[in-house]
Design a protein around this ligand. Sequence first.
Ligand SMILES: Nc1ncnc2c1ncn2[C@@H]1O[C@H](COP(=O)(O)OP(=O)(O)OP(=O)(O)O)[C@@H](O)[C@H]1O
Length: 339
Amino acid sequence: MPSIKQLKELTINELFDKYPYSKDFMLDHHIPFEGKENLIVDEVLDTIDEEHAEDQAIDVEKFKEQLIEYINLMLSFLGEEDESQTEVTILPGFYKDGSRENYDRLTIKSGEIICIVGPTGSGKSRLLADIEWAANYDTPTKRTVLINGNTLDTKERFSSSNKLVAQLSQNMNFVMDLTVEEFLDLHATSRLVENKEDVIISIFNKANELAGEQFKLTTPITSLSGGQSRALMIADTAILSKSPIVLIDEIENAGIDREKALDLLVSEDKIVLMATHDPILALMGDKRIIINNGGIEKIVDTTEDELNILSKLKRLDRIMLTMRNKLRYGEQLEFEEEI
Ligand SMILES: Nc1ncnc2c1ncn2[C@@H]1O[C@H](COP(=O)(O)OP(=O)(O)OP(=O)(O)O)[C@@H](O)[C@H]1O
């Protein structure tokens, strides 16, 4: 986040390099910087004569404050304001029957994958929603969620530019009248990515790798199937989103390659929380939270033995996948491998 002092040390070229959107801001404010790109911001502001300043209503001292405010707003909008690690802490709330959750506090750090398991209707999605909105004793569970040790204020919680959390929910329907390419272009433009074409193609290719039936760049997003829509959103979140926290609600029902999807979403600097009924996904987490009757019942680490079981389950899963594909394409089934 730049301060007035740092701004004073940057040349116009360095400023535009570091914060490309500051060029439009300068242009909009009629700051005459052309031909002075090697000067520092202060020197350029000094060259503005009183008449020009008056004509264009430029308040030189205020301009620097406004420029910093604008840069900070853009950094926050683009989710780039804080490059440090993120930490989510969940403080106990109450079960559906009103009794208190029986754990001390749960802190999750960047790079961790946490799975949320429990019977249908037990409160897995509710826990994800508590994190999404940084609950502050004001949700049905009365949990409190701290981000980097603090509760968020109302503005931070409900701001549309707060890109702390990327959410992939169970039901995803597009309502915009756009093709896949137009949709990705819109998103990449809003994220100010430089190599837009490459990014669009890489999201499109990844999404098609995850989805069963292929779609095209010219496919209208409203005609994508449920699985294709989720594949597109997963690839889009993985490649374009800078949010440090990714929440996933039941990836398994989407008919996509869930292992590839998870690999794509997980990265060193992200926290991934995933509600799932699928043992393979549940064991791919570092820890799992067991939810019952609306409350966190237990938090367990994935053991070495379970990791061995995971590789067997993956083998079984590949057999199931082959069988499913054979059935899909009208082939007869036969066992090619001993289970
Ligand atoms: N601690 C709680 N206190 C009060 N209501 C709760 C609590 N936890 C969950 N609920 C409510 O219970 C309902 C079911 O919860 P939720 O949808 O989170 O279940 P789920 O485990 O995600 O179910 P599924 O596996 O079917 O997706 C929701 O209306 C939710 O708001």
